[in-house]
Design a protein around this ligand. Structure first.
Ligand SMILES: Nc1ncnc2c1ncn2[C@@H]1O[C@H](COP(=O)(O)OP(=O)(O)OP(=O)(O)O)[C@@H](O)[C@H]1O
Ligand SMILES: [Mg+2]
Length: 399
C-alpha cells in the first residue's frame, strides 16, 4: 500500500515537470522516423542501438518502473522506525518466517503457547508467539491476545519489548515481537550452562527492569497507569549487551481512571511472585508489581529460583526462605549467589540491594517503595558498587 502511494506521487511529480512538447510520445515517434529515413542503412542499426540504450535512460518518465525503483528515488530523511502501528501478518507469512514452526526455531514455551524465532520477508529477525490454548481456554486466550496487542502497540520505551505486529488469520493467533538475543533472565541465572552474569550486569538488568515498570506505572504510557500483573524473571528478556526489556503484557489491565486499585474475581499471575495482599483480597495495585520486582531482585542476588520444587516444602519459596536475613550482613553472605564473581561486587552494594529487596517484598503493600524510588536507589547502588571497586566513570555512564 505504502509502495503504491509512493509510485503515484512520484509519477504525478514527473508528469507535471515536463511540458507536453518535451514528452509527447507521438511527436517523438514522428521525429525519429524522419531522421531514420535520411540515414544510410549501415548507420541505422547503430542509431537504433543508441536509441534503445537511451530509452533505458533512468530519466525517461514514460518507462514503466517497478515500485522498488520509485522507493529508491525517495531520498527524504527517514525517521528511525518505531513500531507504533502494528503490522498485520497472514498465517502463510508466519509459516514462512519460522520454516513451518521448525524445532530449530523453537525458543521456549509459556502459558500462552510456543515461541519461535522467525525472519520476516523484510529480513527482520523476530520472536513469534503462537497461541496454543485448549478450547475451553480459547476465549480467555483471545482476550489476552487483544489486550496485549492493544496495550503493547501503544507503548514505547527502551526497557519494554516492542510488539512489531500480529496475525489473526482464521482461528490462528500470533504475536510478533522484537527478538531478544540472550533470551530470558532466569536462564542466565540458573538455567543454561553459559558463564554466569557478574554483579555489574545484574545491577544493570535490575535498573533496566525498574525503569520499564516505572514507565508502565506512570501515566505517561497511555494516559493511565498500567499494572503488569505477571512480572517475573522469564518475562525479563536480555539483549546482546544485557540490556533488559520487559515482555508479556497479556495479563496487564489498564487501571480505571482516578482509582488506585482494581478488584478482580480471578487471581492471575505466577506462583512465587504473587503479592500476598493481592491473593488474600483480590485487590490489584501497582504495588503488586513492586512485590514481584522484589522477588526478581532476590533471584539476582541469590541465583535461586522464585520457587524451587526440588527443595523441601519449607525451602521452596525464595521470599520465605531469605526474607528474615536480608538485613543481617553476616547471614546475608551465605545467600549470595556462589557463582557471582567476587571481584564484581562490594558488600556495601550487596547490603543496599538486599535492603531494597526486603522492602519490595513486604506483606503490607503500602510499606513497599514505588518503582520510581527503586530506580533512584538502584542508581545509587550502582554508583556505590563502582566507586567501591574504583571503576572508571565512563563505565558508570553505560548503565
Ligand atoms: N522476544 C523474545 N525474544 C527472544 N526470546 C523470547 C522472546 N519472547 C519469548 N522468548 C523466549 O521464549 C520463552 C517462552 O516465552 P513465554 O513468554 O511464552 O513464556 P514464559 O515467559 O516462560 O511464561 P508466561 O507465558 O507466563 O509469560 C521465554 O522464556 C524466552 O526464553
Ligand atoms: Mg513470558
Amino acid at each position: 500500500m505504502e509502495g503504491e502511494i509512493a509510485v503515484s506521487i512520484s509519477l504525478s511529480k514527473q508528469t507535471h515537470t515536463h511540458t507536453p512538447k518535451e514528452v509527447n510520445p507521438f511527436e517523438e515517434k514522428s521525429h525519429y522516423s524522419k531522421k531514420r529515413a535520411i540515414m544510410p542503412f549501415g548507420l541505422v542499426s547503430a542509431w537504433n542501438k543508441r536509441r534503445r540504450s537511451k530509452s533505458q535512460d533512468h530519466t525517461d518518465p514514460w518507462l514503466y518502473r517497478p515500485v522498488e525503483y520509485w522507493k529508491l528515488e525517495d531520498r527524504t530523511p527517514q525517521r528511525p522506525k518505531r513500531h507504533r502501528v502494528s503490522s498485520v501478518y497472514t498465517l502463510k507469512e508466519m509459516e514462512e518466517a519460522t520454516c513451518s514452526f521448525s524445532d530449530e526455531n523453537f525458543l521456549g514455551k509459556g502459558g500462552f503457547g510456543r515461541v519461535y524465532k522467525g525472519t520476516l520477508r523484510s529480513g527482520e529477525v523476530v520472536a513469534i508467539k503462537k497461541m496454543e490454548l485448549p478450547p475451553f481456554k480459547a476465549a480467555e486466550g483471545e482476550h489476552e491476545f487483544r489486550v496485549e496487542v492493544d496495550i503493547l502497540s501503544r507503548l514505547d520505551h527502551p526497557n519494554l519489548v516492542s510488539l512489531i505486529g500480529y496475525c489473526a488469520d482464521g482461528k490462528h493467533r500470533f504475536l510478533v515481537y522484537e527478538y531478544m538475543q540472550r533470551g530470558n533472565l532466569q536462564d542466565h541465572l540458573n538455567g543454561i550452562g553459559e558463564a554466569k552474569m557478574d554483579w555489574t550486569s545484574r545491577l544493570k538488568v535490575a535498573l533496566g527492569a525498574a525503569k520499564g515498570l516505572t514507565y508502565l506505572h506512570s501515566s505517561s504510557a497511555v494516559g493511565i497507569p498500567i499494572v503488569h500483573r505477571d512480572f517475573k524473571s522469564t518475562n525479563v528478556l536480555l539483549g546482546a549487551n544485557f540490556e533488559a526489556k520487559i515482555s508479556d503484557f497479556g495479563l496487564a489491565k489498564l487501571m480505571p481512571e482516578g482509582q488506585e486499585t482494581y478488584v478482580t474475581a480471578r487471581v492471575l499471575g505466577t506462583f512465587g511472585y504473587f503479592d500476598p495482599e493481592y491473593t488474600s483480597t483480590g485487590k490489584l495495585t501497582l504495588q503488586s508489581d513492586v512485590y514481584a520486582f522484589g522477588v526478581v531482585l532476590l533471584e539476582l542476588l541469590t541465583g535461586r529460583r522464585a520457587v524451587d520444587l526440588n527443595l523441601g516444602p519449607n525451602d521452596q519459596n525464595l521470599v520465605l526462605q531469605v526474607r528474615h536475613i536480608l538485613n543481617d550482613r553476616k547471614k546475608l553472605r551465605k545467600v549470595i549467589d556462589p557463582e557471582l564473581s567476587r571481584s564484581s561486587y562490594t558488600m556495601e552494594s550487596i547490603g543496599m540491594f538486599a535492603n531494597l529487596a526486603s522492602r519490595c517484598v513486604r506483606t503490607e503493600s503500602s510499606e513497599r517503595p514505588s518503582m520510581a524510588e527503586c530506580v533512584r536507589e538502584l542508581q545509587l547502588i550502582i554508583y556505590t558498587n563502582s566507586k567501591g571497586l574504583s571503576m572508571p566513570m565512563h563505565a558508570l555512564r553505560m548503565v
